[in-house]
Design a protein around this ligand. Structure first.
Ligand SMILES: CCCCCCCCCCCCC[C@H](O)CC(=O)SCCNC(=O)CCNC(=O)[C@H](O)C(C)(C)COP(=O)(O)OP(=O)(O)OC[C@H]1O[C@@H](n2cnc3c(N)ncnc32)[C@H](O)[C@@H]1OP(=O)(O)O
Ligand SMILES: NC(=O)c1ccc[n+]([C@@H]2O[C@H](COP(=O)([O-])OP(=O)(O)OC[C@H]3O[C@@H](n4cnc5c(N)ncnc54)[C@H](O)[C@@H]3O)[C@@H](O)[C@H]2O)c1
Length: 295
């Protein structure tokens, strides 16, 4: 990957860093979550650099941000489309993109990763970025299921590492989990809580991330299960619709992570899930998963 080729060496002391006011944000991973977080951060006046592996991915992310912003301003600026257009333009100016994060990282208050749900890849990324980021920079992960302390162990700054778990779709979902490990400093938690509030979100503090509960099919069709959960339990989406919405590759990473708990039925392997992922049917983003979608 391009950005592994440039190293800015710095030396660090592990002295406590006081409260950081987060203004400059580098988001690594411009998929559905990274793009959504970039949109919300830029909409609330933060300066954002969105990093991914190719320019094509970043172009798609910027297009997605713009179209999501159009949906947002339709409501917030209804009756004043010109002001809506101005708002979109200003927000887009707050976002720059890069396949090479070193320059942005030099002024970054927060590096938030929203890359693939894989421990080794997240650790490699944080270990690499740790060598070039300023001392005050906070590292956060948007992981759905991986232990933050393990990701943080790849850095020399576990006191400045935490989980910042957004929900999908980020522009609409108010909740953000701020996940502190036993090493996360109170100043880091405080900075992240303030950042989350500045985004207009509602933070909750967690000591650790609970694994999500999974349902598996067996005695009913996926349609019946989804309908039952929506009409009977009041959820906006059933588990199969939600899995398609999240991405079946991500769901599989989460399920596979549960292999450490072989007796826990929650993580029982699903042949259907494995088959769909092997066929590249990853849900809404590929237009087919448990269900089929139109473009
Ligand atoms: C075998 C395996 C089984 C395993 C099952 C396990 C499942 C659980 C796995 C969890 C994994 C963890 C994942 C992660 O870590 C945590 C999460 O993020 S969980 C996901 C949480 N999110 C939800 O629960 C979403 C729930 N859904 C909704 O709220 C709605 O369905 C929706 C997504 C908002 C879509 O609403 P709809 O009415 O269906 O569709 P519309 O398109 O009409 O939209 C309504 C309204 O919203 C606006 N809008 C939608 N998306 C966006 C966007 N991206 N940006 C801006 N605006 C958006 C849209 O314009 C509409 O506005 P309106 O027209 O009403 O003004
Ligand atoms: N999808 C959801 O509903 C959801 C909700 C909350 C949290 N999460 C978590 O957020 C993270 C991202 O999920 P997503 O759904 O946005 O995934 P996604 O597949 O949509 O996007 C991931 C992006 O990361 C990029 N990427 C992968 N490795 C990279 C690297 N080393 N450097 C730079 N970019 C890299 C990919 O090119 C891709 O664009 C995961 O950890 C996931 O568990 C997902």
């Amino acid at each position: 990957m391009a950005f592994f080729t440039h190293h800015i060496k710095r030396s660090f002391s592990s002295s406590a860093v006081r409260n950081v006011v987060i203004k400059n944000v580098t988001i690594i991973g411009g998929g559905q979550m990274g793009a959504g977080i970039a949109q919300v951060a830029a909409s609330t006046g933060h300066s954002v650099t969105l990093v991914d592996m190719t320019d094509d991915i970043l172009k798609k992310a910027m297009k997605g941000i713009q179209s999501s912003l159009r949906r947002v301003v339709k409501k917030t600026f209804s009756g004043d489309p010109e002001s809506g257009d101005d708002f979109i333009q200003k927000v887009m100016q707050n976002v720059s993109t890069s396949t090479e994060p070193s320059a942005a990282i030099a002024t970054s208050d927060l590096i938030l990763e929203a890359i693939v749900e894989n421990m080794k890849i997240k650790q490699d990324l944080f270990g690499f970025l740790d060598k070039m980021a300023p001392e005050h920079t906070i590292f956060a992960s948007n992981t759905s299921s991986l232990p933050i302390s393990d990701i943080a162990s790849a850095t020399s700054r576990p006191d400045r590492c935490a989980g910042l778990h957004f929900f999908n779709p980020v522009p609409l979902m108010k909740l953000v989990e701020v996940i502190a490990t036993t090493s996360t400093s109170p100043e880091t938690s405080e900075s992240l809580l303030n950042f989350t509030k500045a985004l207009g979100k509602t933070p909750v503090c967690c000591k650790f991330l609970n694994p999500c509960l999974f349902l598996s099919a067996g005695h009913a069709s996926k349609e019946d299960i989804d309908t039952g959960m929506k009409l009977g339990a009041g959820y906006p989406m059933g588990p199969f619709e939600l899995s398609d919405y999240v991405g079946l590759d991500t769901i599989k990473f989460i399920m596979d992570g549960g292999k450490k708990e072989p007796d826990n039925p929650i993580f029982a392997p699903s042949e259907l899930l494995n088959k769909l992922v092997a066929e590249g049917k990853l849900g809404k983003k590929t237009l087919e998963g448990f269900y089929k979608y139109n473009k």
